[in-house]
Design a protein around this ligand. Structure first.
Ligand code: CA
Length: 220
């Protein structure tokens, strides 16, 4: 397995490269955006670890160019702590996963194994909607820097909103999706669930149109 590490900070790069090599990966190292972009475009890596802040070309631009060129190599981005907008932008640009600096190497290795496992089907486990991220693997919702675990009913509802962004969804359709054939479904149960989620997400995130249904918008 050949991995490219794109990181201009010497100490971090050295740690990452040593850990990857110890775990049996072949590692190429790039410290410059322009160079990384060209290598990612021309060489055949199994995965790329990409820092976003780089000389000559920033990581987000590189990632967008790769994805525009239909390069589907799994990419894990390294982002700065407390910068959730950067993380959302990275996921939107086609990153498969992210790590927030500082991170422990075991976590990088675990995430790398996961993206490599998934790279056949190549679908992201993260879906974004405005400033929210839904982690479909963990069934959790990341709001700014906080991870909220969801109950399975909450997850089914949120996931349906995320997959149908900006569409007003009738209550009956939501109920059908959440409860399936279970006869206990009723409008009141939906209202209770929506109220619970609004407490987690913020009141304004789930919008209501009287008599028509609920929706979540990708703009705040
Ligand atoms: Ca950097």
């Amino acid at each position: 397995m050949k991995i490219m590490v794109v990181e201009d900070e010497g100490i971090i790069a050295e740690d990452v490269i040593t850990s990857l090599q110890k775990s049996g990966y072949m590692v190429d190292h790039s410290t410059d955006g322009e160079d990384a972009w060209i290598r990612g475009d021309t060489e055949n890596y199994d995965a790329i670890v990409l820092d976003l802040g780089l000389p000559s070309l920033d990581g987000l631009t590189i990632l967008k160019r790769w994805r525009a060129a239909e390069c589907t190599t799994p990419v894990i981005i390294l982002t700065v702590r407390d910068n959730w907008t950067e993380r959302v932008a990275g996921i939107n640009a086609g990153a498969d996963d992210y790590l927030t600096k500082p991170f422990v190497m075991e976590e990088l290795l675990a995430r790398l194994r996961a993206v490599l496992r998934r790279s056949n089907g190549h679908s992201s486990d993260m879906i974004s909607l405005s400033s929210l991220l839904l982690d479909t693997r963990q069934q959790s919702l990341i709001i700014e820097d906080t991870t909220h675990l969801l109950t399975s009913l909450e997850y089914r509802l949120v996931s349906y909103f995320f997959h149908h962004q900006n569409r007003i969804i009738p209550g009956a359709e939501l109920l059908d999706h959440i409860y399936g054939d279970e006869s206990l479904s009723n409008g009141n149960a939906l209202e209770v669930l929506v109220a619970r989620l609004r407490r987690k997400l913020g009141k304004e995130k789930i919008k209501t149109r009287r008599g028509q249904g609920y929706w979540m918008s990708d703009t705040d």
